[in-house]
Ligand binder design. Sequence first.
Ligand SMILES: [Zn+2]
Length: 267
Amino acid sequence: MATRPKTKKTAEPSTAKAHTPQTKFKYPLRIVPLHGAPHVAAAVTPELTYRNGPLLRNVEVFTVFWGKAWQDASNAAVVKQMNEFFDFVLTSKLIDQLSEYSVEGNTIGHGTRTGSLTLTGSEPGAKVKDAAIQKMLQSEVAAGILPAKNASSLYFVFLPPGSQVQQVGAASCTDFCGYHDATSDNVFYAAMPYPNCTGCEGGLAALDALTSTSSHELCEAITDPIPGQGWYDDANGEIGDICAWKTKKLGPYTVQLEWSNTAEACV
Ligand SMILES: [Zn+2]
């Protein structure tokens, strides 16, 4: 389940509400909630159902580190580590376990990281709106600074420490720790604020929090690139939402568990 408002009223159990996520975010849910956010258990076992939208069968991840701050030595180390993480995870068992969500003509398999760019031509600033992230992607692709998209493209946008991402009525580190979405012209992307706050560290080292939330959004973007049009559960959200902040070690990395319809569990 994705995030809940922190000052939440007692849940009112009713059949109608059971399928309406109680959240201030625009539907459908596709965020990583804060660690420890209130979670209302679903009345029934979660089950993702396929809504006939696109899937990213062999995802092509391009990482974008936005702002000059990523050139600072300590941040540049994170750039290197996150690119190594994607090189590892895209051909790992984490992707293999998504194969149960393959559909006819769309077999989910390993992906690749096609490149990375530290973008210094513009700055995200201390507060950056989701709309500005979308606009940056669209204009940098149009200008040829970022590679053109294809049906498998997924741009992972990392914000530097001190840059807060704002959505309508919500912000990173106070309401969420990351999300993925699609622009109106189907540029698939994930927005990853730097997890330098208690709610987004989740008791983990910053790099582990970042690989955990990145794995959450990666798996969701593959199985539900246009939120709510791929594999989705009306009561519980996407594959990673159901298992938010349940982590495991995969090789040297911390990744999040993901929901398996087959296992009826977070795996
Ligand atoms: Zn999610």
